[in-house]
Design a protein. Sequence first.
Length: 425
Amino acid sequence: MTHLLAAPGELLASGSAGLVGRLYISFWIPTAVLCAALAIKLPTIIRLWRDPLLRAVGGLLLLACAVFVFVAPSTIAWTNRVTGVPNISAPWCYSLLTAFAGSCLLLIIAWRNGLSGRSPATRRAMRWVICTYSGVIVALWVLFFLADAPVERLRDLDTYYATTPFMREEILLYLLAHCVAVLITSRLIWNWVRTDGLDAWLRSGLVCLGIGYGLNLLFDAFKLTAVIARWTGHDLDWMSTGVAPPVACLSAILVAAGFILPHAGQYLHDRWRVRTARRELRPLYTLMRSVHGSGVPLALRATPELRLIRRETFIRDVLLGLARHIDEEQVRRAYAAALDLGFPVERARALAAAVGIQDAVARKIRTPDAESTGHPDTTDLLREIGAVSRALRTPDDLVAVRTRAAAAREPGERAPAAESSVPRP
């Protein structure tokens, strides 16, 4: 509601309006970001509903979305009009914010005590949080109905009723409950960020969460300062109606980003890794198609992972049939030549294998029915198809290795197939 997250600039004195007005952030921006975070997490939450951590994440995001929906000025006016009770949206929004604070604590408890949440200590802690914050919500409603708040305030309720009996206690109660929960959550998150061995995406998400919850503390500080100023006869309402709202909006955006980053970042990283691996196999895949005559059938609905697996399987199947055409002595000479040229061991092995495969393809094409009495060990070759395919992308290196190996042949030894007859990817 706007007495919690008021639109800045409209209620400020002329001296502060320009400065604070520039801080305006629409309520619907954090709402959209939070909804996006919930939509990304929702399939996993539904699939793994028994996981207390995921339930806590879902509850927190849902409550955060509800807070920003119901604090919109139009929603506040609608709620008061439908119920016929002036300011009834106050305890409702206070309750949502308190439930959000409780969800923050539940989330941290689930994180700190493992994903299963089955230990007695974890269950006791969760029950304590649920009972405590449920009691606070009940107290908020009791205090509201005991108070006398007949004048509807859409933007400055906190400061307007800061000295009114029972409303004063209600405002203080929700702010303190929210502040305590966010303080504990923020400290535990920053402790976690400093631990070693965290995934980069998880660490980035935790940093966003830590900053977001830290901004929540600033929100509470501005609100409390404005309320206490009213108690002492001063007027700092602009802190409550002008500064606190954009701080809360920015906090919500960062909290949502904190939940999105680990999931979306890891998803995009995995997709990039799969697509990169598939693209790296293209030269070897093209070479194997020249032997087989066709490639992997196109499947438009296949996932990137399935397409990668099919390409790897196709390459290995063709290599198994091609292995009898590989000249192992030639591969050894190519390996020695690559080492002489200064290539590292792994790179030299891949270049030698690539040279051997190219010549084997040429021999296969010339004499498809030729038999071989050898039984080469293809274990390393089949395992290192990625490195071999990358070697095929550097024809200049292959030419250098082939030339050096040819120069090192024993006198009278038959030269390998001419390079011009070797199919290129």
